[in-house]
Design a protein around this ligand. Structure first.
Ligand SMILES: [Zn+2]
Ligand SMILES: [Zn+2]
Length: 97
């Protein structure tokens, strides 16, 4: 069975939530971006639409608490590990004034 660093999910970043039902996924800070991300509990590239919407919903709760309403974007692009589904919530940086 294929393994990657998203399967292992090392313990040194902030963890927010670990879901087991209706399927397994974890929300934690990405150690390279330092932003919250949701990681599917299985090693596969694509989540179903239903899985994706549940993960985004849960990630948005965390991101709203951390950054504020409408202060983040959901980023589903998998740059570093394209074969294990994960989604980032990235803060929107606005110029002040
Ligand atoms: Zn994996
Ligand atoms: Zn990242």
């Amino acid at each position: 069975m294929a393994k990657c660093e998203l399967c292992e999910l090392r313990e040194y970043t902030q963890r927010y939530a670990q879901f087991v039902h209706p399927f397994k996924f974890t929300i934690l800070d990405c150690d390279s971006c330092d932003t919250p991300m949701v990681v599917l509990g299985e090693h596969r590239a694509n989540a179903t639409d239903q899985e994706r919407s549940i993960m985004i919903e849960a990630l948005s709760v965390i991101a709203r608490a951390k950054y504020g309403e409408d202060k983040f974007v959901i980023d589903g692009v998998m740059r570093q590990i394209p074969d294990h589904c994960h989604i980032h919530a990235r803060p929107i940086i606005r110029w002040q004034g």
